[in-house]
Design a protein around this ligand. Structure first.
Ligand SMILES: [Zn+2]
Length: 254
């Protein structure tokens, strides 16, 4: 088969070194594919999303080393396998750490950093993989899904070596103020009833004004939508503010 040219670095690549992308372009495994996280699905990604992921890793690695590593030493970071959560800065990360470096007081992990507020789904999942001797191996993993995120926006990872999947789900429910357990249904209900009430008010306003979207209606409908979001996803305003502050500070360094 013919040699290809890497769409990122321009290197000429032989068959073994080729990674074909979903849009038919090729990148080299050695220098370019190795930039990404192992969770990133190159086969089903096009070049723009690969580039977005590589930006995500370059930036994320810097943020992780600057903001997460010091916090790990002061125990301000909650860890679930390769997932690290720092609520005081509103950020969380998927990181590949190297303990060999940590022993010597240094940490150079590769990381992708997310706003905690963008985490829309976190749940246990069972995946089946075929082992080399043809047996089916079942593994429990956690799936994370992020909104407003280019590049790697969803991934699964094993957290079982640190804490249970259940503890991980509980942690995020608590962080977002979402009560998914039966014992705590009261709070969720109160939020939902408030949201439904506000929605009703918005509709009532719309009827009064002859169905035209006046400023009041739009604003009331916006409030109702916000409340519904709070009911489903919890109140994330403090996490958003913390992330905004951290990322603005990071960007200002240039
Ligand atoms: Zn390349």
């Amino acid at each position: 088969m013919a040699k290809q040219t890497c769409a990122i670095c321009g290197a000429e690549i032989n068959l073994i070194q080729q990674q074909k992308l979903a849009d038919g372009s090729y990148i080299c495994r050695k220098n370019c594919k190795s930039v990404g996280m192992k969770q990133f699905d190159y086969v089903h990604a096009d070049l723009p999303s690969v580039l977005a992921h590589h930006d995500q890793v370059n930036k994320g690695t810097k943020i992780f080393n600057q903001y997460f590593v010091p916090r790990m030493k002061t125990k301000q970071v909650e860890r679930f396998g390769d997932v690290y959560v720092a609520p005081d800065i509103g950020l969380m990360a998927l990181a590949k750490t190297d303990y060999k470096f940590f022993i010597f007081g240094k940490y150079y992990p590769k990381a992708v950093v997310y706003r905690i507020a963008d985490l829309k789904d976190y749940d246990e999942e069972m995946i089946e993989t075929k082992t080399s001797d043809g047996k089916i191996q079942k593994d429990n993993v956690m799936r994370f899904f992020f909104a407003n995120t280019a590049g790697l926006y969803t991934f699964t990872t094993k957290v079982g070596n640190t804490k249970s999947d259940e503890a991980c789900v509980k942690y995020f429910n608590k962080l977002f103020g979402i009560q998914k357990t039966i014992g705590n249904m009261g709070n969720t209900w109160k939020n939902q009833i408030n949201a439904i009430g506000a929605m009703g008010k918005a509709i009532g306003e719309a009827v009064k004004s002859g169905g035209e979207a006046t400023e009041n209606v739009v604003s009331a409908a916006g409030d109702a939508a916000d409340m519904l979001n709070v009911a489903i996803y919890g109140d994330r305003s403090a996490l958003i503010a913390a992330a905004d502050k951290t990322l603005a500070e990071f960007e200002a360094q240039g």
